[in-house]
Design a protein around this ligand. Structure first.
Ligand code: SIN
Length: 497
């Protein structure tokens, strides 16, 4: 294996990350432009090896309150900057991310296991949100409306909502933060981020680069801590926070919604998915296999938009299953630091057990494993890409998100039947289908009850497009020009002349 960084033990028994820019490895939180610590720390562990890579300060809800107060104080000056001034600071931040792309990618791979090539891609993806919203900052246009009376002039202004906060997951430790903080700062809001306790290092590196870019004290704060419930409660109930953006499970999203009710907060919720991936018999099978490898196995199956239920039309079922199994054999499972790895470890034991439970349930109900099917070693978190056939609707993955590398192939007969099956879920985030029949493409695209549809592609995420779901998959949209509206209020002005 050709690791980019060497295994070296620090004085505390920690495996030292060898970064070019050592300043990027921060273990203190960032509040009001200061690096802050408490007397408690939490270990950050590499899921590929079990090695500790850092001890990060563990803050409480009281610290979250201090961060909110700092953001509140900083808001006036930040919103009064011109859009061009905010844009220029954000563009510097974007450039710094790309200048430090390799180090930031190494941090991601070390703290959550993603293959290094995907980690580099995530930094490009994360930086793209900063650039996009830096550019959008200058186009926050209002409206004038023809008056309803001869002496009335009507206008609509767009103004920053105030202090915004985020709660983000471990699966994209950089991009899920930039997708939220960039539109907030562009709009003139200030921000408090609470990253996953599993992946705080990426968030802290972002804060370090933000400071270098010239983001003023209090404008971007990062509160690290294991007590997600207490910090989350503070972010939800504190009246100074006017907007909360969360990416994570539907269960937690609906709890945060409940907790935010009293302060009538604006919410963006990017929640769970159960994406259907449909292959019709008129599809280009090679392209469908290629698309499925991305839609299913990106980030070892640990994304909210990963294909969860794969529906294959009966006439091509066996051939598709064979071609997919063949393609999957070419995917290497292992330590993400190895340049040749395609599938890294799952994040933790609970993630791995969920995959094993779903697979055991399916096998007990008659499913057949075509490739993969067992963890690589008893004491490690590696699970190979697994193709399963003979799937029935009573199996767990029909209604539960897997968040791992299982590819169950359901057989279907007609277009109407598969649309009904695909929609038979509480979730409505991403969906995919492959067909070369133009009229079918329109009908199926319109019939799928999802916030996002990929037609003849397995990769839909991009900064230019609105990312988000319907039903139990959430509220609001991120990225695209719609993403900025989430951090703006409309003010209607009626002027009598
Ligand atoms: C997610 O899993 O929440 C985000 C995936 C993406 O942006 O593609």
């Amino acid at each position: 294996m050709h690791f980019q960084f060497m295994k070296r033990l620090g004085s505390t028994g920690t495996i030292m990350l060898e970064l070019n820019n050592k300043n990027l490895l921060k273990t203190e939180a960032y509040i009001d432009g200061q690096w802050v610590s408490s007397d408690k720390q939490t270990a950050v562990v590499n899921p590929a090896t079990g090695d500790k890579i850092a001890d990060v300060t563990d803050l409480s809800a009281d610290h979250a309150r201090l961060a909110i107060e700092a953001a509140y104080k900083a808001q006036k000056e930040w919103r009064e900057k011109t859009a061009l001034e905010r844009c220029n600071i954000l563009l510097r931040w974007h450039d710094l991310l790309l200048e430090n792309q390799e180090d930031l990618a190494q941090i991601i791979t070390a703290e959550m296991g993603k293959p290094i090539k995907e980690a580099r891609g995530e930094i490009g993806y994360g930086a793209s949100f900063i650039r996009w919203f830096a550019e959008e900052a200058r186009r926050v246009y209002g409206d004038t409306i023809p008056g309803h009376m001869p002496d009335k002039r009507l206008m609509v202004l767009k103004q920053p909502i105030g202090v915004a906060a985020s709660i983000t997951p471990w699966n994209f430790p950089n991009a899920m933060i930039t997708r939220k903080v960039a539109p907030a700062l562009a709009a003139g809001c200030t921000f408090v981020a609470r990253p996953s306790e599993l992946t705080p290092l990426s968030a802290l590196a972002l804060a370090e680069l933000g400071e270098q870019a010239g983001i003023p004290a209090g404008v971007f704060n990062v509160v690290t801590g294991v007590d997600a419930a207490a910090i989350g409660l503070e972010l939800c109930t504190n009246k100074m926070v006017r907007k909360l953006s969360f990416t994570g499970s539907t269960r937690v999203g609906s709890l945060l919604m409940e907790q935010s009710a009293e302060s009538v907060k604006k919410l963006s919720l990017e929640l769970g998915g159960n994406a259907p991936f449909i292959v019709f018999d008129d599809a280009d099978l090679d392209k469908a296999v290629e698309g499925l490898l991305i839609a299913k196995f990106r980030n070892s199956g640990q994304t909210c938009v990963c294909a969860n239920r794969i529906y294959v039309q009966e006439g091509i079922y066996d051939e598709f299953a064979d071609r997919l199994s063949q393609a999957v054999l070419g995917l290497k499972t292992g330590d993400g630091r190895d340049e040749s790895t395609h599938i890294g470890p799952l994040i933790n034991d609970a993630g791995l057990k969920k995959v094993e439970t779903q697979l055991a349930d399916a096998v007990s109900k008659g499913a057949s494993v075509k490739t993969g099917g067992e963890r690589l070693a008893p004491d490690q978190l590696f699970f190979p890409p697994t193709v399963i056939t003979n799937i029935s609707n009573d199996m767990l993955f029909t209604h539960e998100e897997t968040f791992g590398p299982l590819a169950p192939l359901y057989k279907f007969t007609t277009e109407q039947q598969v649309i009904a099956l695909a929609n038979d879920t509480d979730f409505g985030l991403a969906s995919y289908f492959y067909s070369n029949d133009l009229s079918r493409v329109w009908k199926v695209m319109e019939g799928l009850e999802y916030g996002m549809v990929g037609v003849n592609t397995g990769l839909i995420s991009t900064t230019e497009a609105p990312f988000g779901g319907i039903k139990h998959s959430g509220l609001g949209r991120e990225g695209s020009h719609y993403g900025l509206d989430e951090y703006l209020e409309l003010k209607y002005v009626c002027l009598s002349v």
